[in-house]
Design a protein. Structure first.
Length: 439
């Protein structure tokens, strides 16, 4: 009787709370997609400003994605202790702190300052990733969890599509990296120039920080509505046993190389399109074209979701990965509009890869899925390692030939897709399974 009364009192309000919270969590996906992709505009600016080679400037991606490896498991422990909403608030505050640290780095004109700021910012995003992905799944009926995740991922892609436009307008358009010439300048003049040019970088990150603090305050107001159990943190002791499963082990490798390939291409694309052998355009123009790369991923998510209802996800993954490898190779060996169009089109092939690899890798794990999910999140550190390798290759043999690095990564993923389709690890993924249509 008491339970029934409590249910009657709660029922009018819970849908409203869940719906409002759903909107807020979806906005988080947009926010970290938008913020992450600003690195693509930041890289050419810092490269010219500090006279860096490609290996040195790729340290931005190294520091950013290293946070995923270092903080994924600690974030899971924090989540189990304080719950979803408070973990999200913590992630937003840490992310906002990282954004604000861009300002002192810009005012002092010191490159390591930018690396520290990006590392802190990524630590906050890692907390958001660990908390928001499972939280959005429990904000409503289980039967609709796939549609909610798809909606959130689409808004993440929307953020990565809009981000390059903002980055081009506020980071690249005024003086642009191509116009910064540091040759023959004295040390004081060089320091003054770096501070002046770096000033352009502060505005978008300060605006993001203020927005994040506002969103954190809104979440904090709803902290008592966090009634969903986050679950116990999974220990590292079981990780070795879970990794012994071939489907998860190779899937982890594929998450590593996928994130690395995607980030590598996005990071070098502005400089690549600026080359005389490709389009020979300005940094601002190239920065705007990067949005097509990420926009293709947004479109592909919806198309891929429909396709995987009829075709086995492993086969779709293999096709997309082979297509990405082919396009990267074509761009590497071509010039002009063909080279530019091919490399931008890789974004469309990227669209379904991350969620499809994720779900395929977790097939058959049963109660070990939380541990498997944590391992897969740690593999995002590929975004730190592969771009650095690509940067060394670009310094040694040029940007065009360096594209063979991500092309090789995509071939690894294509192989995994075929193996998963044929029943790798004793689990054959069926085409009508809804959990595979998250892309």
């Amino acid at each position: 009787m008491t339970d029934a009364a409590a249910q009657r009192r709660a029922s009018p309000q819970m849908p409203k709370i869940e719906k409002g919270m759903l909107y807020l969590v979806v906005f988080l996906f947009f926010a970290w997609g938008f913020s992450t992709v600003l690195l693509d505009s930041l890289i050419p600016k810092l490269k010219s400003l500090f006279a860096l080679n490609y290996a040195e400037v790729m340290l931005t991606q190294f520091c950013f994605f290293l946070s995923y490896f270092l903080f994924s498991m600690p974030a899971a422990v924090v989540l189990s202790k304080i719950g979803y909403v408070k973990s999200i608030v913590l992630g937003l505050i840490v992310m906002a702190t990282g954004c604000l640290l861009i300002s002192p780095a810009a005012m002092t004109g010191i490159y390591p300052g930018f690396l520290i700021a990006l590392f802190v910012m990524a630590a906050g995003i890692t907390m958001l990733q660990v908390a928001a992905n499972p939280f959005i799944a429990v904000l409503g009926p289980e039967r609709d969890s796939s549609s909610r995740l798809t909606l959130a991922q689409a808004f993440n892609s929307l953020g990565t599509t809009i981000g390059p436009q903002i980055g081009a307008a506020f980071i690249l358009s005024q003086s642009g990296p191509a116009s910064v010439d540091t040759n023959g300048m004295s040390a004081p003049a060089l320091a003054a120039l770096r501070i002046q040019e770096a000033h352009d970088l502060q505005i978008p990150f300060i605006a993001i920080a203020l927005t994040l603090v506002l969103v954190a305050a809104i979440f904090w107001q709803h902290r008592k509505a966090d009634t969903a159990a986050a679950g116990a943190a999974t220990g590292l002791r079981s990780s070795g046993r879970v990794l012994a499963k071939p489907r998860l082990a190779i899937g982890t490798l594929c998450i590593f190389v996928y994130v690395g390939a995607e980030v590598s291409i996005g990071s070098v694309m502005i400089n690549y399109l600026m080359q005389g052998s490709v389009l020979g355009i300005s940094a601002a123009q190239a920065g705007k074209l990067v949005s097509l790369y990420w926009g293709g991923a947004m479109i592909g998510r919806f198309v891929g979701s429909a396709v995987m209802r009829r075709i086995p996800p492993g086969l779709v993954l293999a096709g997309c990965a082979f297509g990405a490898a082919t396009l990267a190779t074509l761009s590497s060996t071509s010039v002009g509009m063909i080279a530019a169009t091919a490399i931008i089109a890789v974004g469309l092939c990227n669209s379904i890869m991350f969620p499809t690899i994720f779900t395929l890798a977790l097939e058959g794990l049963g109660e070990d899925k939380p541990t498997g999910s944590g391992i897969l999140c740690m593999a995002i550190v590929g975004g730190a390692i592969i771009p650095e390798i690509t940067g060394f290759a670009a310094d040694a043999v040029g940007l065009s030939l360096a594209l063979f690095i991500p092309a090789a990564c995509y071939l690894v993923i294509a192989t995994y897709g075929l193996l998963a389709w044929r029943g790798l690890g004793g689990v054959a993924h069926l085409p009508d399974r809804r959990e595979s249509s998250l892309g």
